[in-house]
Design a protein. Structure first.
Length: 296
């Protein structure tokens, strides 16, 4: 405080007369605000002694707040004994929270004996959770016998789920006989579904006789739909006589529609006399409408 008063005296003696007799305004000027906030635009040479005292108190308060929050700009040499105790307690709490959460910033050497056990218990709990979830950072050597058994059971369930889902991460050697039977049944079901959908990954050699018949029926039905719709996947050689006749009728209907609409896919050679007459009539109606519209 003596240093602050001395500085105020020097400033008051060195300041011009107009600055010493600065009128007392209702609100502080911008320079005082800058000084109170610790901004770079502060000019302490024009401050009055009471303003210098306010600026000094504000600076001490900012330093205390920085120390309490653990900021690097903290200057512990400016703290009083009681403030130092408060700052040290806040720093200890921050370190304890880091240790309890497993942060890499934890410094276990700063912990009191009463907190070491709790931090160690929390670390064991986090490791157990990692092992249960199959995390690669699990340390199985830190597990108890009961935790190790539970971790193995969880790993077996995860492997069983992967095998049921057809994952490449499945390890069939660790499955129980019951699990192996369930996985095999699921593999058969997935293969049947792929074959019924016409998937390229279908394995027809794995189909049973009844499943093969169902897949063959589905393939015939799908091929007929392709042929009736004129799709490239149509294989007419697989059609029986009735399906071939139905596909031809569907094609004839599509050809008449294409000719009626004047599409380039029309094949007039395939039109019967009645079909040709209907196409001609449609075009004649179209021309008549165009002529009537032109006369208007």
């Amino acid at each position: 405080m003596r240093i602050v008063l001395a500085l105020a005296l020097i400033v008051s003696l060195a300041a011009p007369a107009h600055t010493q007799s600065k009128p007392n305004q209702g609100a502080p000027d911008q320079n005082l605000i800058n000084c109170l906030k610790g901004l770079s635009g502060c000019d302490i040479s024009v401050l009055r002694p009471e303003e210098l005292k306010q600026v000094a108190e504000a600076s001490k308060k900012r330093n205390l707040e920085s120390c309490l929050s653990g900021e690097t700009v903290c200057d512990p040499t400016r703290l009083s004994a009681s403030e130092m105790n408060t700052v040290q307690a806040a720093s200890y709490r921050r370190n304890l929270e880091r240790c309890n959460s497993g942060s890499s910033l934890c410094d276990p050497t700063r912990l009191a004996d009463k907190d070491v056990a709790a931090v160690h218990t929390a670390a064991l709990g986090r490791n157990y959770d990692k092992c249960l979830s199959g995390a690669p950072t699990c340390d199985p050597l830190r597990l108890t016998a009961a935790q190790n058994a539970q971790t193995r059971a969880a790993a077996a369930r995860r492997n069983f789920d992967r095998c049921l889902g057809g994952s490449s991460m499945c390890d069939p050697l660790t499955l129980t006989p019951a699990q192996t039977a369930s996985v095999r049944a699921m593999v058969v079901t997935r293969n049947n579904d792929r074959c019924l959908q016409g998937s390229a990954t279908c394995d027809p050699l794995s189909l049973s006789e009844s499943d093969m018949k169902a897949v063959r029926t589905q393939n015939q039905r799908r091929n007929l739909q392709h042929c009736q719709n004129g799709l490239a996947g149509c294989d007419p050689l697989q059609l029986n006589e009735a399906d071939l006749k139905a596909a031809r009728e569907a094609f004839r209907t599509r050809n008449v529609e294409a000719c009626t609409k004047g599409l380039p896919t029309c094949d007039p050679s395939l039109l019967t006399s009645p079909e040709m007459a209907s196409v001609v009539a449609v075009f004649q109606q179209r021309r008549n409408k165009s002529q009537q519209a032109a006369k208007r």
